[in-house]
Design a protein around this ligand. Structure first.
Ligand code: IYR
Length: 254
């Protein structure tokens, strides 16, 4: 109990190894495909000058990303969201298992049901589970358990990690490193949103995973990793005046 970490979702552990070994019920298949063809690869390349320019421009773009909690109800073209999700799906994954499911919710009634689940649990989180120190550490963000953006944002993207795969024949497949694979895809998703001028806030609703999984009719192998409200920023959106660490504080040269 001394080491209890309330920010570690009880239902959200990277259980690649434990599911692979312990979960012996059901048939597991090998991922091995020795005869997979290898083909030539030629990604885009640039002269050094252009590399420098592109690195500056990409940094400038992503450095403007902020977590935004005030989202406009203005509709966003569905094809843009589709492309952003496609982009997230380009992430690398353990043994190329692609262990992610992106649930994109635009239905107002479903958004409201999600809001009810999240607000009910978040109230308990803020009042009890998180404790005084955590709540105090968040004071500067002026957050609480009331999440208007869950009704207002045109899209809610709920990202599930598949802790194992289920093949059409019912056999199970090990999803190695599923949590970090899906986390990387979330990072790419955030960059893709920034690239089209949309905003979000990375929310990880503590203890909401199982209820939201059932609400969204997702199978038992899937666990909620992240919930992203997505849209344009509200006209009067504000963000806390935060600074980022300079390069010398985040990089060590050896
Ligand atoms: N999940 C809660 C609390 C929260 C936790 C952290 I760490 C933040 O950086 C911000 C909020 C919420 O969404 O309000």
């Amino acid at each position: 109990a001394k080491d209890f970490k309330p920010w570690v979702d009880q239902d959200l552990q990277d259980d690649t190894e434990t599911t692979a070994r312990e979960d012996e019920d059901g048939d597991w298949v090998d991922n091995c495909e020795e005869d997979r063809q290898h083909v030539p690869y030629s990604p885009p390349s640039y002269p050094e000058e252009m590399m420098l320019q592109r690195s500056e421009e990409f940094y400038t773009l992503l450095n403007q990303r902020r977590s935004v909690r005030f989202i406009s109800p203005k509709p966003v073209p569905r094809e843009v969201i589709d492309n952003v999700i496609r982009t997230a799906g380009t992430a690398p994954s353990g043994a190329h298992t692609e262990p992610w499911t992106f649930v994109v919710v635009s239905d107002p009634e479903m958004k409201h049901k999600i809001r009810q689940v999240v607000e009910e649990e978040e109230e308990v989180n803020y009042r009890q589970r998180m404790g005084d120190k955590w709540v105090n550490d968040l004071a500067k963000f002026k957050t609480n358990w009331i999440k208007d953006y869950l009704d207002v944002a045109p899209y809610l993207v709920l990202i599930f990690k598949q802790t194992y795969g289920i093949l059409p024949n019912g056999k199970k497949r090990t999803h190695y490193y599923n949590e970090i694979s899906v986390s990387i895809s979330c990072g790419i998703l955030l960059a893709a949103l920034q690239n089209v001028g949309l905003v979000t806030v990375t929310s990880t609703p503590l203890n909401c995973g199982p209820q939201l999984r059932v609400l969204l009719k997702r199978p038992v192998n899937e666990k909620l990793l992240m919930l992203l409200p997505v849209g344009y920023p509200a006209a009067d959106a504000t963000v806390p005046d935060l600074k980022r660490k300079p390069l010398d504080d985040i990089m060590v040269r050896i």
